[in-house]
Write a protein that binds this ligand. Structure first.
Ligand SMILES: Cc1ncc(COP(=O)(O)O)c(C=O)c1O
Length: 426
């Protein structure tokens, strides 16, 4: 065990815990040089936004060309059988499942994360019909809250959504709560819930857990089966690099597969989709019942190529490397850019894999960085976010990014007119 040779000062207790999960922080089995080579990043760009949209794997172009020529063009409708398009929801689901600690047959991909949140929460509500409280927190990503609001309206049965401060979630899991819908990693600050504690408390009170892993999958080690969450949902376009609009996934605990109510009862979840019966019968005992309708097979091609990279990566090591790079980033920014205030937790085990700083002129400052080819993003009201993604970001990128940030701040370049205009998407 060698934790002495790592960059920077002596590791704190939490970093040591991360490093101690079976390897040294300087001696990775995962070949991060190789992973970096797999991505096609524009020349000179430092991409610190893989927490929002992962970059394109080089294999995407040949894979898509082959899909167009050898599958869609030549196979046409036959492709649903000859190229196994129909079951890719499951084959890719199993591959994503490997990254989140799910057994084969418990995860499917398809649809969008908002839809999967709706589906999971609706199913959870049906499992505890006499409990009318859905618990989340006021730091959750808005779409999760909006989906629950919609569900509550649709049900029109006296349901209530409670959103305490994130640190008060555990205390608010009471006997009234039916579903605990938690996003593990906060999209703004990177603050991370203790999912083990959330799940244990929820189960001890008879509540169902829906765990949103949007900012966790590919960022931190996850063990859905070990922690026995009821449901997990996530997206594949962030850390997993599946491409813009890549499919979402849903995991259902094996103990629920016989009984879980799909509610969004599309023909892909039917027991016999090609019987074309007029009544809906969910596929008995199988994760297929959480499928809805025809997925985007073209998106599956891109996701499959990205997962080929993930197949050769150790998630514990990705996390350890992320901690190493994040600590460096925080240390450098704090030393050289005092106007920025860290809003992510200092303890590496209490955060995901993005680092956020508050700065009053954060939007304009981020635009100036983007103009300088360092890509991060901004979240209202004042948060500058930087994704630390070891598959394609290294120490030299971190140092170069901070050099540019320091220069922009020292020269007050963020004041330039061109950086003030807000784009539609921030
Ligand atoms: C926690 C969380 N849930 C859901 C979403 C988005 O859902 P969708 O993929 O349907 O747009 C995001 C997007 O960043 C998110 O952070």
């Amino acid at each position: 065990m060698n934790i002495v040779n790592c960059i920077g000062p002596t590791l704190n207790k939490s970093e040591i815990e991360v490093a101690q999960r079976g390897h040294t922080v300087t001696d990775y089995k995962t070949d991060f040089e190789w992973t970096r080579e797999q991505f096609d990043l524009p020349d000179g760009m430092i991409y610190l936004n893989g927490n929002s949209l992962g970059p394109m794997p080089k294999a995407s172009v040949p894979a898509m060309t082959s899909f167009l020529n050898d599958e869609w063009r030549t196979e046409l409708i036959k492709g649903w059988n000859t190229k196994n398009w129909f079951m890719q929801t499951n084959t890719l689901g199993d591959r994503v499942g490997q990254l989140i600690g799910a057994a084969p047959g418990t995860t499917v991909v398809g649809d969008t994360l908002s839809i999967k949140v709706f589906q999971a929460v609706a199913a959870g509500m049906a499992m505890v019909p006499d409990r009318k409280v859905i618990l989340s927190d006021n730091g959750n990503f808005p779409t999760d809250l909006y989906m629950v609001e919609g569900l509550i309206k649709l049900k029109d049965a006296g349901y209530e959504l409670r959103t305490p401060d994130p640190e008060d979630v555990i205390d608010n899991i009471t006997d009234e709560v039916g579903v605990v819908m938690i996003t593990e990693v906060d999209y703004r600050t990177g603050r991370r819930h203790d999912m083990k504690a959330v799940i244990e408390k929820a189960h001890s009170k008879g509540a169902v857990v829906v765990w949103d892993q949007a900012h966790s999958a590919g960022a931190v080690p996850i063990d859905v089966a070990g922690l026995d969450t009821d449901f997990a949902v996530g997206c594949t376009y962030k850390y997993l690099n599946g491409g813009p609009g890549a499919p979402a996934y849903i995991y259902v605990a094996p103990r629920l597969l016989d009984t879980v109510e799909p509610f969004l009862s599309g023909w892909y979840g039917h027991e016999a989709p090609f019987a074309f019966d007029t009544d809906y019968r969910p596929m008995p005992g199988k994760i297929e019942r959480m499928r809805i309708g025809t997925p985007s097979i073209a998106s599956f091609v891109l996701l499959s190529g990205a997962l080929d990279i993930w197949d050769r990566v150790d998630m514990e090591e990705v996390h350890a490397k992320s901690v190493e790079l994040s600590e460096l980033f925080i240390r450098e920014v704090e030393a050289r850019c005092p106007a920025l205030k860290l809003v992510s937790p200092r303890d590496p085990l209490e955060r995901g894999s993005h680092i956020s700083f508050a700065f009053e002129h954060g939007y304009a400052c981020m635009q100036a960085m983007i103009a300088d080819n360092v890509i991060g993003d901004f979240r209202a009201p004042n948060v500058m976010r930087f994704g630390i993604t070891p598959l394609f970001v290294g120490e030299a990128d971190i140092l170069a990014a901070v050099d540019k940030l320091e220069k922009i701040l020292n020269e007050e370049r963020w004041k330039e007119e061109q950086f003030q205009k807000r784009s539609l998407v921030t």
